[in-house]
Design a protein around this ligand. Structure first.
Ligand code: 13P
Length: 254
């Protein structure tokens, strides 16, 4: 019922030319895929070029960040409206790298979620616990706080437009992916949080992606879990072959 999403977060990688080459190769490799939504999130400077390279393709464009004001004296920032103008339909918010390296708080992320919805863009809202938090038994509290504060003040209708990405921080860029059991448990917990905050219909409609060292050789098992509705892929989204294989996942119980 929930259409899967495979999204590539390119982080701080690739020049404009490299970015355009990558999406051109990727579009050709996944031309026959019709039952998966495919999203790429290049660096800001590549968005216009990639948007042009994607004309006629089913792949859609996302940005990796935004500032929650439409315009003004905010040197160095980019608004949701400008991201829409350049061809984005979604924006990643709340990524753990922004939380950890740039001090972004749940409250600030909530402002971004609201600003994106107001501009007609889809937030890809990231949450996830650190290793210390998991080992200290705080995982559920952390996820609950991130969901409650990050999604505060939204209607059920708005919530259904949001995609959640569960990215355990200890699995990002480490090659240590969560086990299928760990992913299944966290995703079910998160869906329960959405149900509690909104309602069951909304919770069943929301797509929850897994992120953290997703590769061609582990995506099939992850996608076999009922509450895993897709993947947010970092490193493996930088190579057309690997990302195309992830897009063509075949759910397989381990
Ligand atoms: P990796 O796939 O490189 O672990 O990165 C995951 C991620 O942070 C996607 O947003």
């Amino acid at each position: 019922m929930r259409t899967p999403i495979i999204a590539g977060n390119w982080k701080l990688h690739k020049t404009v030319d490299e970015a355009c080459d990558l999406v051109t190769a990727l579009s050709a490799q996944i031309a026959e895929v019709s039952d998966v939504e495919v999203i790429v999130a290049p660096v800001f400077t590549s968005l216009a070029g990639v948007a042009a390279a994607l004309k006629g393709s089913k792949i859609t464009l996302a940005a990796q960040n935004c500032f929650p004001e439409p315009q003004g004296a905010y040197t160095g920032e980019v608004s949701p409206a400008l991201l829409k103008d350049v061809g984005c339909s979604a924006v990643i918010v709340g990524h753990s790298e922004r939380r950890q390296l740039f001090g972004e708080t749940d409250t600030f992320i909530n402002r971004k979620v609201k600003a994106l919805l107001e501009a007609g863009l889809q937030p890809i809202f990231c949450i996830g616990e650190t290793l210390d938090e998991r080992e200290g038994g705080e995982m559920y509290d952390v996820l609950q706080r991130q969901v409650h504060k990050g999604l505060e003040g939204l209607s059920s209708e708005q919530m259904q437009k949001i995609v959640i990405a569960y990215e355990p921080v200890w699995a990002i860029g480490t090659g240590k992916t969560a086990s299928t059991e760990q992913a299944a448990e966290a995703h079910a917990f998160i869906r329960g949080l959405v149900s509690g905050l909104f309602d069951n219909v909304t919770a069943e409609a929301v797509r929850i992606l897994y992120g953290g060292s997703v590769k061609p050789d582990n995506v099939d098992a992850l996608m076999a879990e009922a509450d895993v509705d897709g993947a947010l892929v970092g490193g493996a989204s930088l190579k057309a072959d690997d990302f195309a294989r992830i897009v063509r996942f075949k759910p397989t119980k381990g």
